[in-house]
Ligand binder design. Sequence first.
Ligand SMILES: Nc1ncnc2c1ncn2[C@@H]1O[C@H](COP(=O)(O)OP(=O)(O)OP(=O)(O)O)[C@@H](O)[C@H]1O
Ligand SMILES: [Mg+2]
Length: 376
Amino acid sequence: MPESLRPLLEGKQIVVCVGAGGVGKTTVAATIALGFAQQGERVLCITIDPAKRLADSLGITMSAEEQLVSPELFTSAGLEIPGQLTVLMLDTKRTFDDLVRRHASSPAVRDRILENRIYSYVSTSLAGTQSYMAMEKVLLVRQDPRFDRIVLDTPPTSNALDFLDAPERLIEAIDSAAMRWLVQTFEKSGRFSLNFVARGVALVLRGIGRLTGKGFLEHLAEFVVELNELFGGFRERAAAVAKAFRAPDLAYVLVTSPAPAAIDEVSYFAARLREQGMHPDAVVVNRLQPNPPPASLAELISAARELGLELSESAIAGVQRAAEDDRARARFEAEQLELLDSVLGAERPAILHVPVLSRDVHDVRGLSLVSARLFP
Ligand SMILES: Nc1ncnc2c1ncn2[C@@H]1O[C@H](COP(=O)(O)OP(=O)(O)OP(=O)(O)O)[C@@H](O)[C@H]1O
Ligand SMILES: [Mg+2]
């Protein structure tokens, strides 16, 4: 196992944490940000929906503004942080709205887009929009001289690939052949006849999700036409974002737990990265059983004796059961780690282990415990 994430992320201005839902992406992203601040960098951590207790303890409110974590918080937790940690809560809709405001050719176009029903669906509920906007945000702040490094926590997706494929999927949904046909029809006729376009619409709906109601087609075509104008061709815009996902100074840290579904997901993600000529920079296996394994029964009995306690038979049986559970868990985790090793293949990235802590990671102290593993 390598000593630290530090050398693995050398020269990577942007660090993206991806993984299955609930494995600890937000925790790891916050820890990485803390780790770089600890070495004197000014770090921006873009996060999505952090656990409320963690946000509260960092003094972060659920606003979309950048918020500097108070240096006193670190000092009172006994940490010396020569750098700075700024947190930005990603607000998908607001990021999209800002994009519209920045690029719209006129106030009238801006308002038409912002008020369009299809827009409100795409900017809030379309799968992949959140990931896409996360990258838009990264593109925006990467030039910001106030930050040395950006750490991006990614949304809980049902599939981490939603993240990597987000721009393309949006292009597909918005710029599919059916959609283009729809737009052309709209431009030619100026209005739709429902029967006439029904077949095309069925195709579009498959891409864009289920959305019906009066005026839907008009909204849809209007939205696409205006969005295209907005971005000088949405395709090019999304392609630029897609390219940013593959930049050489962008690092992917895959986060997983020992659960088979989470391991599956990072394996798949790593394979997809490889297909695209990229590779993960590190894998963090979070929530492993703590090492070393619990004491043997004999050790426990003698430790109890030293405390002047005599363990009853039922207590001993309970301890034995617990020890058996622990051993089974350790065997299971060892198998999962072996599996991970084999699926990542010969060119596997460094794999770092983080044990499950006795409590949730909900404050600076908790983060520093995880940090001790990732940045020893
Ligand atoms: N090593 C750990 N030990 C104990 N608790 C942990 C550890 N890592 C994470 N947790 C806790 O697990 C919960 C989920 O972690 P986190 O929010 O980081 O996951 P996530 O992958 O971001 O989830 P989501 O996919 O919902 O965004 C949190 O309450 C966090 O404090
Ligand atoms: Mg999260």
